[in-house]
Design a protein around this ligand. Structure first.
Ligand code: SF4
Length: 147
């Protein structure tokens, strides 16, 4: 089903938030160690609002995939186990951009990004979402819809 909300360009709205985050003067540096993609090892899983999930699902489809693989070892299903790289890096969700991994400098303070979080939550409500969900659940739902 194609998700349409009159007057809302979901992809553009989410990407604008990501673009704003990228130019914030907050020093962090993703070192592509993918430690933050190891949910079982870290005990932390990113939560996605509906807009983030739809954008990530679109990126996943663009990579030629329609379903999430099973991930028995507790790593993110979007991580390429062979290359150690995120398969949707340009479309990765907000939580993956705010680097909760220590190597990248630790998590952003909430006050540094709370306005962007509120915009994602507002968009979630506009889209009829149920609030942020763990990445696998959010992606599986979003893959049943379309931007
Ligand atoms: S979406 Fe990409 S960056 Fe985020 S946890 Fe998964 S593999 Fe890592």
């Amino acid at each position: 089903m194609k998700r349409r909300v009159p007057g809302v360009d979901v992809a553009a709205a989410v990407r604008a938030i990501y673009a704003e985050l990228a130019v914030r003067p907050i020093e962090r540096g993703c070192m592509a160690r993918t430690e933050c993609c190891q949910f079982k090892r870290t005990g932390k899983t990113p939560y996605l609002t509906k807009g983030e999930a739809l954008v990530a699902a679109k990126a996943w489809r663009a990579a030629g995939r329609t379903r999430l693989p099973e991930s028995a070892d507790g790593m993110c299903p979007l991580l390429d186990g062979a290359t150690g790289r995120c398969r949707i890096y340009e479309g990765r969700p907000f939580g993956c951009r705010t680097h909760f991994c220590a190597a990248a400098g630790g998590p952003y303070a909430r006050r540094e990004v709370v306005d962007l979080i509120h915009r994602l939550e507002d968009l979630d409500r506009t889209l009829g979402g149920e609030g942020a969900l763990p990445l696998p659940a959010a992606l599986n739902r979003a893959l049943r819809e379309r931007l």
